[in-house]
Each structure stands twice: as structure tokens, then as C-alpha cells.
Design a protein around this ligand. Sequence first.
Ligand SMILES: Cc1ncc(C[n+]2csc(CCOP(=O)(O)OP(=O)(O)O)c2C)c(N)n1
Ligand SMILES: [Mg+2]
Length: 695
Amino acid sequence: MGLKDVNIGMAHRGRLNVLANVMGKSYTAIFAEFDGAASKPEDVQGSGDVKYHLGASSDREFDGNKVHLALNPNPSHLEFVNPVVTGKVRAKQMQRGEVESTEVLSLLLHGDAAFAGQGVTAETLMIAELPGYRVGGTIHIVINNQIGFTTMPKFSRSGPYCTDVAKVLSAPIFHVNGDDPEAVAFVSKLAAEYRQTFKKDVVIDMYCYRRYGHNEGDEPAFTQPLMYKKIAKMTTVRAQYERQLVDEGSLSEAEAKAIYDDFNTLLEDCFSKKKDYKPDADFFGGAWEGISLPKGDDARRGHTAVERDQLDKVGAAMTNVPDDFAINRKLKRVVDARAKMIAGDQPLDWATAESLAYGTLVDEGFAVRLSGQDVGRGTFSQRHAIWYDQETNDKYVPLQHVDANQGRFEAYDSPLSEMAVMGFEYGYSLADPKTLTLWEAQFGDFANGAQVMIDQFVSSGEIKWLRMSGLVLLLPHGFEGQGPEHSSARLERYLQLSAEDNWQVCNITSPANYFHVLRRQLHRDFRKPLVIVTPKSLLRHKLAVSDVSELQTETFHRFLWDHDKDDLVAPEKTKRVVLCSGKVYYDLLQERRDRGIKDVYLMRIEQLYPFAEKELAEELKPFKNAEFVWCQEEPENQGAWHFVDRRIEQTLVAAGVKNTRPRYVGRKEAASVATGQASVHAQEQNTLVNEALTV
Ligand SMILES: Cc1ncc(C[n+]2csc(CCOP(=O)(O)OP(=O)(O)O)c2C)c(N)n1
Ligand SMILES: [Mg+2]
């Protein structure tokens, strides 16, 4: 039925079976891995994963049709691989220019307890039919062994069936007896035909039982003594089906025995070869051709500057209002201002720089895919990637009109989910290194609804599974008196997860730097996830602007110098250097100007990880006699302090300056992120700014 590529996501149960009998992984490899052999060649880096989590891929032929099969690696966290697989499938469908979605399939296998219990199941089902996330239907197979570890169904779910959650889609759900192989095969075929015909999700609920404990060594009678007495008396599916085939005359006893014996001989044979087994890695195949591991420092910048001509071209597309389009009056003012910014008649703001980054990338043939809640307009009415005709409600997407041969630009307002949507975008980024894939949080703190994706996939996927991702997470952040929520993107969490060059964590304060860091994601020959805590009030701050020429002349800077550096005292006379990151810089700058202070230098760290210690030491060397302060607006137990503390100290030692111990200035330790009272917030902010500059 046209299928060419099957992408499988599954848990532990039946995995070896799937690896061997579906993926065609050799029994020799499986035996060798059980013996402790590595799953990857010795010269391939990475900390690896347990064998039940590793992926596999192969090409197989069915009835003369070649089909590519890929089993996605997954963490222990059950069901979380679901949106990752569907995101990957979507990317592959886009690469094939598929409209009908019949060539690439997502096939998800579930346990009964996990399918019913994990919220990510519901989230993945819920996005299945949405325009930005549909993949033409997923085939779900629930291995319903009527137990979850030691827990019985009546404690596992409210409702009669473990598959009830799929009813939100009105998806067909086939309940089938796992003891009847022909019924299972029949239903599977029906499900496949349904998916290929109607391009919608379909569910198979295969009723069966678990013969032993949760694993082979577990004692099931501790908790289900009666059930396991019955199970022990059950004839296995294989023996039962053999009996049926012999009874109906399809197979003779001798033939059945021969099949059994031949298979045992094969296993013995594979087992005896396990010592000679050598793994190989398939790191950079297919769409990843041309991508490699990162080399030295210089290559990391990428070439991100653009020519004036290109800015004019993209700017024209961004600001052109089609004749027959009734634009919103307020939006018209925004668009006119953008035209002035791009012409250089007005300072460039954050959202315009972002739009130019996307526009230049698609102009160069890359694609851009942005998703998250309300990303089209932008949470703060700053982006306006999608315009709506005020008479007809029709959409107009300016960045889809840059060039006749441009790459795709897509912005999707996502449903109100963090987990499935971030997982989907992560999956998308795994399959397509030529698309700048971005997920944006409404406010940065909501990203913790996707914490499993961040911990188990985005931060550690490359080192565990040798799979690169260039996913960008945009996390609005900044202490602006909005209370315990909406203030903090929890920068500290991302910094704690930073190690082994796994990703990049930035807190960027200038539109030009934002432009370059986004373009850098694709203008390099390797991929790393990028976490950016992004501004809220700085979107419209009169100091947080760039000159459009910086897009032509600069690159991404990991540090940014003081705006007033030419008006300050010489470095050796500088009394204090305040190191900081993010919005607080502008509070400090404004206050220092107001007070006419000249002997305090402000240095911004724009990229916190990888922390460029050597380069920072060069920058700080001239401040021989200064004292050093780290200033942040987050409470002391949060923000970047614990991460930068000893790194700054090492940097100062390397710089050979007199004072090597940075002092902390910021809010004191707090259980909650921020106060709910605006007046208290303002007072705290004044205190920390004052202290950073003078105390
Ligand atoms: C998110 C998550 N929570 C808890 C666990 C621990 N755990 C591993 S297997 C299992 C039971 C799974 O039951 P079911 O989904 O029915 O699959 P089965 O093992 O019965 O095939 C549990 C609770 C886990 N792996 N993932
Ligand atoms: Mg189960």
C-alpha cells in the first residue's frame, strides 16, 4: 500500500523479539550484548545505554517492496518516546514532500498500564490530527498482559479498557485475543489497511498474559499467587498454535518438530559466534550526510553574517503588505517600524532580528519550523509571523514570500501541551538537520511540563544514543514583578544538565547576538541543541537594540562588552567588574548612568555553556586591580550563580588578576521563585542593583 519507511517506538516488553524478528538484528549481536559486548565501536564516543533502550535500523524486503525500518532508542520513561517518533515521521514525510502520508508510518507499541497511566499518551493522541503535527495516523499496539509490574488493572486505570484514552480520536480500537495468532495477524492487517486508507490513528489492544514475573527473575506469586498458578498451567502460544495447525492438517508433527529444531540450531549457531561479533555505528547516514562531530573552536562560530542585499530582500518580504490584504491597523505600525529598522533608520529590536534570522535562513534554502503556544503572534505580541486579514480572517505569512525557491517557513500555534509538543519537535530535529526546529514556551517556567524530554532526550540523547539534534528551546525569562510564575525559565536546571559538550545554554541581551546565534545553529557542520532564555520586557526596551549593520559585520559573541566602555576609567583603574547575564545588565547600565559612576565595568556573559573560560580570562586580564561581582536577579539558589561561581574563580586565577574570588549579589535563597507583590519586587531589584554597583 505504498509504505516505504516504518518508525517504531516501544518499551521493554517484546523488544528483543522485535529487534530479532522485525528489525532483523542478528541473534549473534543480541547474545554478544547480553555477554557485555558494547553496542558501538570502540572509537565511537558516548556513554551508551542499556540494551533494552537502544535503537536499530534496517532495510527489509516484503513481497518485493523495500521498506526501511527504524526502532527509536528510548529511555526507561514509558511512553515518552511516542511524540519523538511521530515528530521524526513528520520530518521524513516533509522530506519526501508527502501529502498523502502513506510512505512513512509511525508504529507505537505500548504496555497496558503505561498506555492508560501516562499523560503523554493522551497528549500524543491529542496532537495526532492537528495541522502542524499530523502524520497520517499512527498504528498503536498495546501488549495488554493485564498487569503493570505488580499492579492489577483495577488499580491501574479508571474505566474498563486500557485503550479508552484513544476514544478522544474516535479511533477504531480492536480488542484481540493474543492466544490466537491468526486473529492477531488479521487485525494487524486490518489496522494497517485502515491507516493507509483513512490516514488516521488506529489501536490494537492485544489481550494476553505475562508468563513470568516483570522480568524472568521476578517472583510473580508474591503479589498474584492465584493468577500465576493458572498461567503456569496454560499451554504456550507456540505449542497451542502448533497443535491447531497439526489438527487442521496444515502441518505434520514432523514438520512442526523440524521448524522447532532448525530454529534451535540457528540459535546455538549464533550463540557460538558471539565472541567474533563487532558492532558498527551508523551515525551520519541519510539526511545527516555532510554533518560531522564538532572540531576545534573556530569552526563553532559558523559564518552567520549576511550581505546588505539579502537583508533588503528579506526585509521587503517581511514588510510588504499585499494589495488585497486588510492588515490590522496596529500591526501596520509594527510593520512600518520594521521597515525603518531594516533600512537602518531606527534601532533594530529583538523580534525584527529574529524574523530576519528566519528569513535569511529560508532564503538560503534551509527550512524553519517554529512551534509552541501562540508562537504565530508571539506571547508578547512581538513576533507577528502570521498576519490575519481583518475582513476575511485569511492568514498571510510574510516569510513564505521571500523567494520562489526558498526553504519552508512554518509557524504552528501548538495545543496547550509542553511534553508532547517539545518531544515532537525534538523528534523532528533528529530526522532533519537542515530545518531550524524551534520550540517556544509561553513562559520559560512552563517548560518543566516537558522535563522528561529535557532530561532524557534533549540534554542526553546524543551521548546515550549517538543521535544529534539541533533543536532550539526558546524560554521567556526575566524578573519583572509578575510573581512566582512567569518570571523564571529555571536557567539553573539547564546549567546543571550541562556537561560533555551536550548543548548550548545562552541568555542573550542583544537582537544582533540573537540573530547570529540562531543562524549559527545551521551554519556549522555539526548540530547541538540550543537553550535560550529569551526576553520579555527587553523586547521593547530602548537600550536592548542593535544596529542593523551588526547583522552584516558581526558574529555571535559569547560575551558582550559594556555599552559605555569608552567613557569609563581605564581597566587597571576600574574598581569593580560586575559580571552578569541577561536583563539585569540593562538595570545596572541605566542606574550607573544615572549615578554617573565611571569605575564600574559591566560584562555580560551571553553564552553560559559551553563556558568559554580561556576567552573570558583574556577579557578580564586588563582589570588587574578590580574586585569582581556576580550579579543576578534570581534568588541565590537559582539562576546561574552556582554554575558560574567556581568557573569565574578559575577564570580569574587564569587571568592573573589580584582578586580571584567573585562575590555574589542578588536575591537571597528562596523556595519560591519570586514574590507575588510588585512593591516587594521593586524594592528587591533596587537593592541588588545598588549593591552590585556600590556596596
Ligand atoms: C514513566 C515510568 N514510570 C515508572 C516506570 C517503572 N516501570 C517499568 S515497567 C513498569 C510497568 C509497566 O507496565 P505495562 O505498561 O503494563 O507494561 P508491561 O511491563 O506489563 O509489559 C513500571 C511501572 C517506568 N519505566 N516509566
Ligand atoms: Mg502490562
